[in-house]
Design a protein around this ligand. Structure first.
Ligand code: CP
Length: 306
């Protein structure tokens, strides 16, 4: 593995190897992340052409815990605003001896373009491209599910919300399928859940109660309004009534169901505060696990494993 651009096509053994490696970076209580010298002397460049709180910050923390030097390019203040192309920006950053680019971009495929054009020793990690893929989010979601549920092969997993615009949903579906989850449901209104998911073995449900009944894992997604230009949007109130996760709806799921969300959450739109902050929610542990998972990805692709 030289780059991590997508989960699609990665074998089950590789996914488990990444998750196993991540667990070595967590202390016994799985709340603290260790500092190790695996990327000492390497330079990691965070290039976020689209906004981020969790992914950008946890990549920075992860790179620092691996003892790398980290540079966060402030895209808004960069010469991209003067018309410099993406590939010219990359060529100039490469001349500063970058070893790894962590790339988020609103255009699907941008990290692939960079991977094709950067020097052979440089590694590229996709930190979310358009609606295409968000592989490290998919991996941290799998880490979270494995942590709480142990065995993927008996689970019912419901992904609820704006699936058509969601790179997280796509990465999760590829990972869940590869890891042997027997029942994956995509739940939401017809306009936001593509019917062709059925060809990937996913059960499509437009009724929320049917979609989350007896689920072991519920992954809630926000409405990606920034990717819906010109579309007829439901009002937040209408959407919440039909697809917002409340305690009453959650009672339909398995009694030990975990509730996940990649963030940012929109309280009162896709999830009620009492659920987001409630005893089934593992939304904040997901964020902590993301540090260890990103450490695993960066150390594996750099060829510097523990
Ligand atoms: N989950 C996620 O990608 O969050 P950010 O957009 O804040 O990075």
């Amino acid at each position: 593995l030289i780059h991590l651009l997508s989960i699609e096509g990665l074998p089950r053994a590789v996914l488990h190897h990444i998750l196993d490696t991540a667990s070595t970076f967590l202390a016994v209580n799985e709340r603290e992340v260790k500092k190790v010298p695996l990327l000492r002397g390497k330079s990691v460049f965070n290039l976020f052409f689209e906004n981020s709180t969790r992914t950008r910050t946890t990549f920075e923390i992860a790179a620092k815990r691996l003892s790398a030097d980290v540079l966060n390019l402030d895209i808004a203040k960069s010469s991209a605003s003067k018309g410099e192309s993406l590939l010219d920006t990359i060529a100039n950053l490469s001349a500063m001896h970058a070893d790894m680019f962590v790339v988020r971009h609103s255009e699907s495929g941008a990290p692939y373009l960079i991977a094709q054009h950067c020097a052979p020793h440089v590694h590229v990690v996709n930190a979310g491209d358009g609606r295409h893929a968000h592989p490290t989010q998919g991996l941290l979601d799998m880490y979270t599910i494995r942590h709480y549920k142990k065995d993927f092969t008996k689970l019912r997993v419901a992904i609820v919300g704006d699936i058509v615009h969601s790179r997280v949903a796509r990465s999760d579906i590829h990972a869940l399928t590869t890891l042997g989850v027997p029942e994956i449901r995509a739940v939401g209104p017809k306009t936001l859940v593509p019917g062709d998911l059925r060809e990937m073995g996913v059960r499509v449900c437009h009724d929320m109660a049917e979609g989350i009944r007896d689920a072991d894992v519920i992954i809630m997604l926000r409405l990606q309004n920034e990717r819906m230009a010109g579309a007829m949007l439901p009002s937040a109130g209408e959407y919440f009534k039909s697809y917002g996760l409340t305690e009453a709806k959650l009672a339909l799921a398995a009694p030990d169901c975990i509730v996940m969300h990649p963030g940012p959450i929109n309280r009162g739109v896709e999830i009620d505060s009492s659920v987001a902050d409630g005893r089934h929610s593992v939304i904040l542990p997901q964020v902590t696990f993301g540090i260890a998972v990103r450490m695993a990805v960066m150390s594996i692709i750099a060829g510097n494993e523990a």
